[in-house]
Design a protein around this ligand. Structure first.
Ligand code: NAI
Length: 312
């Protein structure tokens, strides 16, 4: 039983994610923080009879929200509007996330941080620099949440194959940094190469489908709440001693030369990421996709690192 803090809990992702966490039998305390709305959200959720107690926090009580937290989930920040890239969110969201992670460093430095806010590719390196400067960076406890790309891949490929599938998606969380490893999906050879290429493109642009369908109302919230919940609940199970938890996470690792962060399947344990499982067997085409994107991912990582150093 763990304490989970959600920072940005009043938002489009934060509210349904908090609902799912409230229903989890593995959570004992759910602490909700936002600059607005958390009084209402916490009062509302507190009427659900489940294992956890829920508390709501506004600016001024972030320390109480964080104190004793085992896991901190961060969906705080602005989402995309049509025509925007995730990178366009950097300026605003980097400042928000920096402030929140400084508070984590002060009040629950041992917590596992699950960062949802975009651009994940650059903001996880921002978090690292903040934690390094506070003397509490533990690479096994800092994860960018890219699991929505896996959910989309499982859905789109599953529909195409008429079967349940479990797709490995690696790299980063934007555009061509998202690399679905469809060659690892059993039975994928039943699909034509053009169908496979179309699926890769759709997985990479899945977020754009939602942004455009919402017509200015934001980006994925409900599917992200689901993905964030599955990710966080698995992390919690591993913290509690479950030894079979392998989840993709955007983590510091050296699986691809030049990219100090990469989303790859990781084995989680009581200390967070215990082992970076790695890419597994990949096709020449997939190796080419990684070659094509690694320069862009490296510069997005550097953008976050340099910004955080400047801002410190
Ligand atoms: P939203 O605007 O509905 O909610 C964001 C919340 O953050 C708001 O309630 C806002 O008040 C709060 N907030 C702003 N500044 C804050 C601060 N300093 N402290 C605490 N809370 C603060 O946005 P939504 O749709 O929930 O998206 C949140 C983020 O998640 C965006 O950056 C979005 O791009 C990202 N996202 C990430 C995905 C992923 O796969 N990792 C998928 C979809 C969205």
């Amino acid at each position: 039983m763990v304490k989970v803090a959600v920072l940005g809990a009043g938002g489009g992702i934060g509210q349904p994610l908090s609902l799912l966490l409230k229903l989890s039998p593995h959570v004992s305390t759910l602490a909700l923080y936002d600059i607005r709305g958390t009084k209402g959200v916490s009062a509302d959720l507190s009427h659900i009879p489940s294992a956890s107690t829920v508390t709501g926090h506004l600016p001024g009580t972030l320390p109480e929200c964080l104190a004793g937290s085992d896991v901190v989930v961060i969906p705080a920040g602005v989402p995309r509007k049509p025509g925007m890239s995730r990178d366009d969110l950097f300026g605003v969201n980097a400042a928000i996330v920096k402030g929140l992670v400084e508070a984590v460093a002060s009040h629950c430095p041992g917590a596992v941080i699950c960062l949802i806010s975009n651009p994940v590719n650059s903001l996880v390196p921002v978090c690292k620099e903040v934690l390094v400067r506070r003397g509490c960076y533990d690479p096994s406890k800092l994860c960018g949440v890219t699991y929505l790309d896996v959910c989309r891949a499982n859905t789109f490929v599953g529909e195409a194959m008429g079967d349940d599938v479990s797709v490995n998606v690696v790299g980063g969380h934007s555009g061509n940094t998202i690399v679905p490893l469809l060659s690892q999906t059993p039975g994928i050879s039943s699909l034509s190469q053009s169908k496979v290429d179309a699926l890769v493109e759709r997985i990479r642009k899945g977020g754009d489908e939602v942004v455009s369908a919402k017509e200015g109302g934001g980006s994925a919230t409900l599917s992200m709440a689901h993905a964030g919940f599955v990710f966080v609940e698995n992390v919690i199970k591993a913290l509690g001693g479950d030894k079979d938890v392998v989840m993709p996470a955007y983590t510091e690792c050296d699986v691809v030369d030049g990219c100090s962060f990469f989303a790859v399947p990781c084995r989680f344990g009581k200390g967070g990421v215990e082992e970076v499982v790695g890419l597994g067997e990949i096709s020449d085409g997939e190796r080419g996709m990684i070659e094509d994107m690694k320069g862009a991912l490296a510069s997005q990582i550097e953008k976050g690192r340099a910004w955080a150093i400047d801002a410190s």
